[in-house]
Design a protein around this ligand. Structure first.
Ligand code: ADP
Length: 244
């Protein structure tokens, strides 16, 4: 069963702006996929459909076999782990431990079971030592890792990351890459950081003007200068695709 199935998804905002025009997309369990595209392409609108912040104007979104609908929202929000660009939108408790425990406690976990889940999630992002610290005492990169842990604690079917490398220094960027690679979870990563997409995702999609304009191995896609230019995507100055 695929982690994610999007079929003919179209959406117009209430003011009439058509943001998505029939998006088709399947992501198999365990894949890591980069979602690329210029500003205004519809990436945020697509992501907001994955956990039901927006519901399909036309078409369907299915997560591990469960359709995203008003009556399935609780289950969908557990299965789709959204990591926001700004960790401070995600962390609001007095300690790291409380933040990571929040979701599973809400889902009814208590006592030793809850402790085990929190510990496991913090271990996976290398932040167990910070469990008793207030999130605002941590560096930005550490806060982003804790934000990932809050989502992992819910054992999601798919982890959706919005610009995971933004505002990270090179070491924090690399550490997060190592963590993401070590996770045994399906990942969809929205990013403008094309080298990061290449490093982490075997497959990449270009969303452009509300449709999937390309779906290919990341290496193939980033080697196509004409395709990139057509969709306002640019590799950093001097960057060359490394030879395998
Ligand atoms: P991206 O995340 O790729 O930058 P968005 O999904 O934010 O793209 O935007 C897709 C299109 O929808 C753009 O034309 C944008 O202006 C429009 N849009 C986004 N949010 C709204 C909104 N709340 N109301 C009307 N139009 C919107």
């Amino acid at each position: 069963m695929n982690s994610l199935e999007v079929r003919q998804l179209a959406y117009a905002y209430p003011d009439g702006t058509q943001a998505l025009y029939g998006v088709d997309l399947s992501i198999a369990r365990g894949e890591r996929v980069a979602l690329l595209g210029p500003n205004g392409a519809g990436k945020t609108t697509l992501v907001m459909h994955l956990n039901g912040i927006l519901t399909a104007g036309h078409g369907s979104v299915t997560v591990a076999g469960t359709p995203v609908r008003k009556d399935t929202l609780a289950e969908i929000r557990q299965r789709v782990g959204l990591v926001f660009q700004d960790p401070d939108d995600q962390l609001f408790m007095p300690t790291v431990r409380d933040d990571v425990a929040f979701g599973p406690a809400n889902a009814g976990l208590r006592g030793e079971d809850l402790d085990r889940v929190v510990k496991g999630a913090l271990e996976r992002v290398g932040m167990l030592d910070a469990a008793d610290r207030p999130p605002h005492h941590l560096s930005f990169g550490q806060r982003r890792r804790v934000a990932v842990a809050t989502v992992l604690a819910m054992e999601p079917e798919i982890l959706v990351l919005d610009e995971p490398s933004s505002n990270l220094d090179p070491a924090a960027r690399r550490e997060l890459a190592e963590i993401l690679r070590s996770l045994d979870v399906t990942v969809l990563m929205v990013t403008h950081d094309l080298p990061y997409a290449l490093e982490l995702c075997e497959r990449a999609l270009i969303l452009s003007d509300g449709v999937i304009a390309a779906d290919a191995p990341t290496r193939t896609l980033l080697s196509d200068a004409e395709l990139l230019a057509r969709h306002r995507l640019e590799l950093p100055y001097g960057f060359a695709i490394p030879v395998m």
